[in-house]
Design a protein around this ligand. Structure first.
Ligand SMILES: [Fe+2]
Length: 484
């Protein structure tokens, strides 16, 4: 019998391995279990517990919706002993309840903790905090998640939320297969389609949002209503901006040797964006890598009605990237995957091919990823600006991007969920903190004018949004509605 059992167990193991090899996503999030949990666990799902990064890896923000106007997060050490209780700040929502926000601090590098949120009669499930603390880490970048309310489909949010959870599950498995761990979720805007709270509840419904810091930027769809203001009710790494959107803002944080600049490109007041970048860079002069995340695509995904807008956006944003030596800009909006050539002063200065390694680039690489729930078709494409784009893929499949950050390099690899295929990769290396950046601002003569005009245009834009949101029935103070 013993002789028979060994080959049988080997055969079974081989079958299991083979089934995994043939269909990589067989182990992805179970849809039936997701739907059951959605139906039976609504209190936990609607609380939308979300972990976001703070100034460094020893701190976190944890926020959730609550009927009660006070609450706290209780954090325990790995052995179950108490670490601390962190009282929450309450932000009143338009729905009449609160977004509670706790600031967790003092986590020790390399240690793992557990936490629960409690407010009123409700206590959350138990989630994990990993304090990480190493200079090298892996982030996943996604954009245009588009969890979407649909009047004609009551399950739309549940199903779109599942697609996001599935994508992150596959991303985590791929990172593990590559020998790394996901430590950060970066999102390039349009987390929701109508900017509705129910959509953000869907964004936060997966387990990853509770235990891996989630850093979203605001997209144009996120400001179709006001709920993003409360969902992402954190106020860290910001500056006082003269003109900002009512629902979103710029912020920055440092992880490892990377300064992340997360900006609201709906707000076109460039003087205010520069104020934030200047402060972040001055506070972190020795941090080697500068990575910007903002929603609007500058160079690719050209629809006929968007190219005139893109021309203005290029004039506004490229000088900022040039002056402050952004190494990489992560963008969305067009739902069209591209990696640009190395660009400086809106001109290509070095070619970037797929799988290229670029050492000390004297400019910025702009990367745009596809949409999770709204993949783009080719029907209204008018052609890329070939001179700007190094590598492009237009696919109906869901794209996620794993970015390995270390002292010496940024290694970006992009995959699709459906095919498990690596559709694009680049490596950026810098041999010094400056790399190839020259830190001069070409065409600087016009930039002071850009700041004045964009501030005025930003105010006019905000007046339009104020009008739209008050028409939706939201009670917004006039000054805040216009100046943020
Ligand atoms: Fe979008």
């Amino acid at each position: 019998m013993k002789k028979l059992r060994t080959p049988l167990s080997v055969l079974l193991a081989a079958l299991i391995l083979l089934s995994g090899a043939v269909c990589f996503n067989a182990s992805a999030l179970d849809k039936a279990a997701w739907d059951t949990n959605w139906a039976e666990n609504s209190a936990e799902i609607s609380a939308a517990v979300t972990m976001t990064p703070a100034s460094n890896d020893s701190d976190r923000y944890i926020s959730w919706y609550s009927a009660a106007g006070s609450g706290a997060v209780t954090v325990k050490n790995a052995d179950g002993s108490a670490f601390g209780t962190f009282d929450a700040q309450a932000v009143a929502t338009p729905q009449g309840d609160y977004r509670l926000v706790s600031y967790i601090s003092g986590l020790e590098a390399g240690k793992t903790y557990s936490y629960t949120c409690a407010s009123g009669e409700w206590t959350s499930e138990t989630y994990t905090i990993d304090a990480y603390g190493t200079d090298s880490f892996t982030a996943v970048y996604v954009s245009d998640i588009h969890v979407s309310h649909d009047d004609n489909n009551a399950d739309s949010i549940r199903d779109n939320a599942y697609t996001l959870g599935e994508t992150l599950e596959v991303a985590q498995a791929k990172a593990a297969a590559n020998g790394t761990t996901l430590e950060l979720i970066l999102s390039g805007g349009d987390q929701a389609s109508e900017g509705m709270r129910t959509e953000y509840v869907g964004v936060a419904a997966n387990s990853f949002m509770k235990s891996i810091p989630f850093a979203p930027c605001i997209g144009n769809h996120d400001r179709k209503s006001v709920d993003y203001r409360y969902f992402n009710a954190i106020q860290y790494g910001t500056v006082n901006m003269a003109v900002k959107s009512y629902v979103g803002t710029d912020y920055y944080f440092v992880k490892g040797d990377v300064l992340f600049l997360v900006m609201d490109s709906n707000n076109i007041s460039m003087g205010d964006h520069e104020k934030l970048v200047k402060k972040a860079v001055n506070e972190n002069p020795d941090v080697k890598w500068r990575v910007a995340i903002f929603h609007h695509d500058l160079y690719s995904g050209r629809k006929p009605n968007r190219e005139s807008e893109n021309k203005w956006l290029r004039l506004m944003w490229a000088p900022l990237a040039d002056k402050y030596g952004f190494d990489l800009c992560l963008l969305g909006h067009s739902h069209y995957y591209t990696i640009s050539n190395v660009l400086y002063n809106n001109e290509p200065v070095a070619t970037v091919e797929n799988n290229a390694t670029i050492t000390d680039p004297n400019g910025t690489i702009y990367m745009v990823t596809g949409s999770i729930n709204r993949p783009r078709g080719a029907e209204d494409e008018i052609g890329l600006r070939e001179s700007d784009i190094g590598h492009a893929v237009l696919t109906q499949e869901k794209i996620y991007n794993l970015i390995d950050f270390s002292e010496d390099s940024i290694v970006l690899k992009s995959y699709t969920v459906e095919s498990d295929e690596c559709i694009g990769a680049i490596t950026i290396k810098k041999t010094t903190n400056e790399g190839g950046h020259s830190y001069t601002t070409p065409a600087q003569w016009y930039y002071p004018l850009v700041k004045v005009i964009s501030a005025i245009a930003g105010i006019i834009n905000n007046i339009g949004r104020y009008y739209d949101n008050t028409q939706l029935g939201f009670d917004i103070p006039l000054f805040e509605g216009i100046f943020g």
